[in-house]
Design a protein around this ligand. Sequence first.
Ligand code: SF4
Ligand code: SF4
Length: 287
Amino acid sequence: MTDATAHNLAWVQEILEDFWRTAPSNSLHLPGDEKAWEMPRLAVARGDDPWFARLKEMIGPFYWTPAEAFALAFPEAPAAPAELSVLSYVLPQTAATRRDQAQERELPAERWARSRFFGEQFNCDLRLHLAANLSAAGYPAVAPERLPGFDYRQSEGFGLASNWSERHTAFVAGLGTFGLSDGLITPWGKAVRFGSVVTKLALPASARPYGEDHQAWCLWHARGTCGVCARRCPVDAITTAAGHDKKSCHAYIREVTTPYTTKTFGTGATPCGLCQVRIPCEARVPL
Ligand code: SF4
Ligand code: SF4
């Protein structure tokens, strides 16, 4: 890492932390004005990391590489993959949100529903704020998830899949590996959300401590033990035999948890996340 790239990294982390500290939207909108998230943690992937092309091959031709997302935002000045850095960050759930959610067995807790709705609104603001700050400083940047073309398609191998995945990007950046439930297990656990920005700024790529093993930190995949997330799902949408059944999961969220939280808490979005707490990987790497 050169002095210049280390300085750039510290500057990006400061943009994230400053917005996390001061943005009014980082709130659960409860009395006492609790923050929606713990402090964001940042990692960086190279724009030409071979994993991005591999993901496109696995998920489908509709999936964007960082350079493709960048070219959609800056069609007059596209960049080569090697000129780009991919910033990926984790927003951990607060201890209070995890504690409340851990008491629930069938429906999401109020704090969880609020973090999914208000917290994700903050996450959208954070992506755009980071991209705008970088661009204003002379380093063009885009948050792919905020591009007008962001949407979901049917992938042959993965079912319904988006054309930019925050979780897969976080994996490439070294932030975690996939668990039995499909969630990403990070050093701050699985009760987290992610965001990312692609920018034409030289930054040091973060280490990927698990190498190429995309399931290294899950007890089931690594040792054949645990499976607690499967027992936490009220509709058996996770099994040790077949992993995560997206169809059952989405049906439960669409038909049960979303109408419940909308009616009970007045929040929108599509919360559930019972499988993300009261598990060994809730707030840490369990190995
Ligand atoms: S709860 Fe256990 S089986 Fe499920 S993702 Fe975490 S470590 Fe893996
Ligand atoms: S998010 Fe899906 S897999 Fe997880 S507990 Fe809810 S329904 Fe089950």
